[in-house]
Design a protein around this ligand. Structure first.
Ligand code: SF4
Ligand code: SF4
Length: 299
């Protein structure tokens, strides 16, 4: 798509995991049909369990550097071992770096009198481009014990955007990371609209207030959807009151519905059922479309 502005980026987030966010995103994917999908929940990627992607390409991701000892230059002087404050170097016949412990600070390289240490890109994870029944999907897997700094999230989001442009798709639908840290900021910083999926619990309300503050900070319009709203009428009313005070639209309330659990177990989007949750999700989607496209056409 030549007009960059014509591609909308919709991020679905929650203050924490377990709110049903991925269930909602998978259903939106089925309803949209013309979206490129981005699973930015790289710590606990599970959108693939429902959308069953067929991997077309796998790519290594490097989010930092790691030290490597050139064994035949090392004289085993021990300087690097003594000075690595992460205790990431051990001495055998020569020095050896523990890849999981190395933070890539580069101190050992500076101190080594033999020039026996190099810094190389660390393999932090992999990202994938896949085909699903609902469109192209970009997703990722962090490496074991790798910290999610947000760089891999940004990579997934950028690649999904690029695919949407190449495929002339009007929408990038992003399953966002939980929390309010670097990963969610990496996903949030450039989107048009964020849908906050929250649950009516005291911790859910607290998480919601924090994530709303982050949306405000980045100037991203937030909409709210309350999932399993009927589990607590009192807390749902509290969420609605808070949203009204803050001027944040609640565009839907999804009831608890065992059909959603059955759909998850079966590995299919919940929206294919005809139960109350499926109907509510469709209503939320229609509300989102109005916000995305009416606002866009208005300028
Ligand atoms: S500082 Fe250099 S020479 Fe000394 S043990 Fe470490 S790698 Fe080997
Ligand atoms: S780069 Fe830093 S953390 Fe890694 S081994 Fe060298 S001193 Fe330790």
């Amino acid at each position: 798509m030549s007009d960059k502005q014509a591609i909308r980026q919709l991020l679905v987030i929650s203050g924490k995991g377990g709110t049903g966010k991925t269930t909602v995103v998978a259903s939106f994917a089925a309803l949209a049909r013309a979206a490129v999908l981005a699973d930015c929940d790289v710590d606990a990627a599970d959108l693939h369990l429902i959308l069953k992607p067929q991997v077309l390409g796998q790519h290594e991701f490097s989010g930092g550097q790691e030290a490597v000892v050139i064994a035949d230059r090392c004289t085993a002087c021990g300087i690097c071992v003594e000075n690595c404050r992460f205790d990431a170097i051990e001495m055998d016949d020569v020095a050896r770096v523990d890849r999981l412990g190395c933070e890539g600070c580069g101190l050992c390289r500076r101190l080594c009198p033999e020039g026996a240490i190099e810094l190389r890109p660390a393999h932090s994870g992999d990202w994938f481009v896949s085909r699903t029944e609902y469109g192209t999907m970009v997703h990722a897997q962090l490496g074991i014990a790798q910290e999610n700094s947000g760089k891999l999230v940004a990579r997934v989001r950028e690649e999904a955007y690029r695919r949407a442009r190449d495929e002339e798709k009007p929408l990038v639908l992003i399953d966002g990371p939980p929390g309010i840290g670097c990963p969610v900021i990496a996903a949030l910083s450039v989107v048009d609209l964020a849908l906050l999926v929250i649950e009516p619990t005291m911790s859910g309300i607290h998480d919601f207030e924090r994530i709303l503050a982050v949306c405000r900070h980045f100037g991203v319009q937030a909409l709210v959807c309350i999932n399993r709203y009927d589990l607590s009428a009192k807390n749902t009313a509290q969420v609605e009151d808070y949203c009204a005070q803050q001027g944040v639209p609640v565009i839907g309330k999804i009831p608890f519905d065992r059909a959603v659990v059955a759909a998850l177990v079966a590995g299919r989007p919940a929206v294919y059922d005809d139960g109350p949750a499926a109907r509510a999700i469709k209503q939320v989607w229609r509300g989102l479309e109005r916000h995305m496209y009416d606002r866009g056409s208005a300028g």
